[in-house]
Write a protein that binds this ligand. Structure first.
Ligand SMILES: [Fe+2]
Length: 383
């Protein structure tokens, strides 16, 4: 948590204050490399990522003092005339900080699960929603034809924001497709497990099957056997342990791309492409079970429309992370923000129950390596 706090402060110091605030005095010169995450073009060698969690110094007090120093300088900068380039970097810095706020919650969940005491981040129980019946599984059909995806940037507003990887907006041809009305539930995932889903190589991509054997995957991350529950399992959440039987209708989460794909094949379906997903989500309000409602865990779908597109779980797509036609990374070191990760990762869409609503768009592209499970990652079926 200290590292996230220091690194998000470092972002403003490095990309806004050093270049744009005259006479800015850095808090501590070594922090320029110590809290650099991955920007190689800044020059210095970057500390090994695995050290982040084990640096006991600087202390929390010093990190908070660094933050206060950066905040003070940002206020000073904001009192004067702001160059458009600086303003764009501030907006990027705020969006970057939102990403780290989400990462903090997913890291806390992982850290607390790794702790033998298994503490709860928030011991308060899930708020009881109105008594709703869960949505039946249904398909939503879309015709074939040309669609446009990518962020429609407002060229008359120099501060209109999206990440560089959401551009350029471009045409794609979509065959007719069907997309599920909601995410795959824990109940449906348990059926896949009960049907030996983890023991049938024909359902798995080769790399996924290797992961199943090597990592001994038998269930999603945070599931643990529990003979006292009728389902045989319990789930670790940010609100501590819950019997699976109480969460059966909620979306399954913390599955890898490989598990998502195996379940889809088992059902005779597939994952949506990112273009299909975006086409289905375009024009819909960014409403859903997001960080803002404070639940911190996926919730039951109960609507009768196309539900859970935003919030609950990031949805794995069948699309590899690559640049759109004509993609250009931002100039300079900030070009390393997104562009250099365009290999060996898959696209996820829609945000999760720990993503702030104001962070998302229909065109938003998240990406992770296919074996990743510590984010709130789930499954929506397509055909
Ligand atoms: Fe970062």
């Amino acid at each position: 948590m200290k590292w996230h706090q220091a690194h998000t402060s470092w972002f403003f110091e490095t990309f806004v204050l050093r270049p744009y605030l005259a006479y800015y005095k850095p808090f501590r010169e070594e922090f320029r490399w110590l809290f650099n995450s991955y920007y190689n073009s800044l020059g210095e060698e970057i500390p090994e990522k695995s050290l982040r969690a084990s640096l006991s110094r600087p202390s929390l007090d010093e990190v908070l003092a660094f933050r206060a120093h950066v905040d003070g300088a940002m206020e000073q900068l904001l009192e004067g005339q702001i160059h458009d380039d600086a303003a764009r970097r501030i907006i990027l810095g705020l969006n970057h900080e939102q990403q780290h706020q989400e990462l903090m919650l997913t890291d806390i969940k992982h850290a607390f699960f790794s702790n033998p005491l298994r503490p709860a981040y928030d011991a308060a129980p899930f708020a009881e929603g109105p008594d709703v019946s869960p949505s039946e599984f249904m398909w939503h059909r879309f015709h074939d034809g040309l669609a446009e995806i990518g962020y429609p940037i407002d060229s008359t507003n120099s501060l209109d924001f999206c990440y560089d990887n959401e551009t350029p907006r471009h045409k794609v041809y979509l065959e007719a497709f069907r997309i599920a009305n909601r995410a795959v539930t824990c109940r449906e995932y348990l059926e896949f497990m009960s049907d030996d889903g983890y023991a049938r190589p024909e359902l798995w991509l080769s790399e996924g099957w290797e992961a199943v054997k090597k990592q001994k995957w038998r269930a999603p991350l945070y599931w643990e056997r529990d003979a006292t529950d009728s389902s045989g399992w319990r789930i670790f959440t940010l609100r501590g342990w819950h019997p699976l039987s109480a969460l059966l209708e909620t979306p399954v989460c913390h599955v890898s791309f490989f598990e998502a794909g195996a379940l889809a094949r088992w059902r005779g379906c597939r994952l949506p492409t990112e273009a299909e997903w975006e086409h289905a989500a375009t024009g819909r309000a960014i409403l859903g079970n997001l960080l803002d409602n404070g639940r911190l865990h996926p919730a039951v779908a109960s609507g009768d429309g196309l539900d859970q597109l935003f919030g609950d779980c990031w949805e794995w797509t069948a699309s590899a992370y690559t640049g759109y036609p004509g993609y250009r990374a931002l100039p300079g070191a900030l070009g390393e923000y997104n562009g250099k990760f365009m290999s060996s990762q898959m696209i996820l869409r829609g945000g999760s129950c720990v993503t702030p609503a104001s962070h998302l768009r229909a065109s938003y592209r998240n990406f992770f390596p296919p074996a990743t499970r510590w984010q709130f990652t789930g499954i929506r079926l397509a055909a």
